[in-house]
Ligand binder design. Structure first.
Ligand SMILES: NC(=O)c1ccc[n+]([C@@H]2O[C@H](COP(=O)([O-])OP(=O)(O)OC[C@H]3O[C@@H](n4cnc5c(N)ncnc54)[C@H](O)[C@@H]3O)[C@@H](O)[C@H]2O)c1
Length: 465
């Protein structure tokens, strides 16, 4: 059996020099598929492994199965270069030098992590693992998963030893949807290997493929906690912004003026950096990663408060938003049960089509509970996804969406909405129509100049002004 020493790691690097690194990516979804397309567009041979037929068919046909800026161009380049293959067959991994695992790690109903996808992918990988391979786990996981779950499964299925016969490291994915390609080049990659050789080879991989800055931490568990610490910081920061916004609205000041000025304070090595308030936090990361932290604490009898606090604040924002819509309607003596509300944007974030845990879902539900007639439009969300989210009418275009509206609520400010002619839209609405700027993407004066009444969470001008 081969002994995977540092020297042999060096020899492997020399081989990468002359014939490039061949890469397998298990889990070819939003993150894995974007990263695989980018690496293949740069000329690296990539095989994408996924169990979802729809994902495989789309990439096979050269089509993006999800909305991500720049992805279509890199996928087209990869296709031209014939460097990207996709399959459900794990034996195709055997000729790869580096294997990235990027399968989903969702939450169950009790806020516990579901690691079934990861277990199954790791078991299948273990059966085809070859001596000298480097395995990089990128899925977001509870700390200790690399050492206590992935490592034993790989070792048992392969009969080999991590750090000796093959390399193993955790290297968290830190990009965010809508900025994935930019993030892959720009965000430093954290690496925590099971031994020095694994970390060094991982650093070499990221340097040679994406040329990105790397930061080595002592072990995989540290790297796992880095990812969760980042996302807990973001969720808590947004919760702070949201509470400042609620208070600012109540006392009649503009929250963004508060936040901009507050952010000018130097603190530690950086500045105070309060993010934007909004109608809610959604997506696949901030809604679950704080719970991974909380669960880990609970398993050690530590009742962590920050995950519960940030989740509680951010999860109430859809309800706050609906209360705002209702008070806006009442400010114009309109009965919510007779009102029409247009939802522009169903995805959880500007310029993406991802509806996972989107605040638009509960907002629509609660508006309907108030008797409002809701009509929605999102150019980036497929009709099937939109229908899975709401039983409400899906408009074919923005003009149809705003027809007869009493409130136009822009919940994700896609480019099409930001560049829309608001005066023309206003002509299609009812009298005294409100425009709710859900993500502070519009200039309030322009919205008012178009004839709308403007409101926003943290935007000062709201019902009663
Ligand atoms: N989406 C983000 O913005 C983001 C950012 C940073 C980190 N992450 C993390 O990255 C991971 C992946 O996220 P995503 O958004 O790409 O998820 P995704 O659901 O879009 O993709 C996961 C893919 O894995 C596939 N899969 C599941 N089990 C499999 C198996 N046994 N074999 C092969 N394929 C399998 C699924 O079919 C799916 O296509 C998650 O852990 C997530 O927390 C996501």
């Amino acid at each position: 059996m081969s002994r995977w020493t540092l020297l042999e790691a060096d020899e492997r690097l020399a081989r990468w020099d002359c014939c490039d690194v061949s890469i397998a990516i298990i889990g070819f979804g939003h993150i894995g598929g974007s990263m695989g397309s980018l690496l293949a567009s740069k000329g690296f041979p990539v095989v994408g492994i996924d169990k979802a037929a729809g994902i495989l068919q789309a990439f096979e046909a050269g089509e993006c199965p999800f909305e991500e800026p720049g992805l279509a161009a890199v996928l087209a380049r990869a296709k031209e270069r014939h460097t990207l293959r996709v399959t459900a067959d794990y034996t195709e991994i055997k000729s790869s030098d580096v294997v990235l695992i990027v399968v989903g790690t969702p939450l169950d109903e009790d806020h516990g992590p579901i690691l079934d996808h990861l277990k199954s992918a790791t078991r299948s990988l273990g059966k085809v693992l070859q001596p000298g391979m480097l395995i990089l786990l990128k899925s977001t996981v509870p700390p200790l998963t690399t050492q206590q779950l992935v490592r034993p499964i790989l070792e048992e299925a392969s009969g080999m030893e991590a750090g000796v016969d093959f390399g193993l490291a955790f290297s968290p994915e830190r990009v965010d949807e809508g900025n994935v390609l930019e993030g892959l080049y720009g965000i430093p990659v954290v690496v925590g290997g099971v031994n020095t050789a694994s970390s060094e080879l991982a650093v070499e991989f990221w340097t040679r493929t994406l040329g990105v800055e790397t930061m080595v931490v002592p072990d995989p568990t540290t790297a796992e906690l880095v990812k969760l610490a980042d996302n807990q910081w973001i969720d808590l920061n947004i919760a702070l912004a949201n509470e400042i916004a609620l208070l600012s609205d109540a006392i009649g000041v503009d929250a963004m003026e508060v936040i901009k000025a507050a952010n000018s304070l130097p603190k530690g090595q950086h500045w105070v950096n309060i993010l934007y308030p909004s109608i809610g936090v959604g997506g696949y990361c901030l809604t679950k990663d704080p719970w991974f932290l909380h669960r880990l604490g609970a398993q050690r009898d530590i009742d962590l408060q920050t995950p519960q606090c940030s989740r509680a604040v951010n999860e109430q924002m859809p309800s706050v938003t609906v209360q705002r819509v209702i008070s806006c309607l009442r400010a114009h003596q309109k009965d919510p049960a007779q009102a029409r509300v247009t939802i522009l944007g169903l995805s959880f974030k500007n310029d993406t089509g991802d509806t996972r845990s989107t605040p638009a879902g509960p907002i629509i539900q609660m508006l309907e509970d108030h008797g409002c007639k809701v009509q929605a439009y999102d150019p980036l969300v497929s009709e099937n996804q939109a229908r899975a989210l709401t039983g409400s009418a899906i408009a074919p275009d923005i003009q149809a969406a705003v027809e007869g509206a009493d409130v136009v609520a822009c919940l994700s400010c896609h480019e099409e909405f930001r560049s829309a002619n608001l005066s023309q839209l206003k002509e299609r609405t009812r009298e005294n129509c409100w425009f709710l700027d859900g993500r502070l993407g519009f200039d309030p004066l322009s919205v008012k100049a178009a004839g709308f009444d403007y409101t926003a969470i943290g935007g000062h001008c709201h019902a009663g002004d």
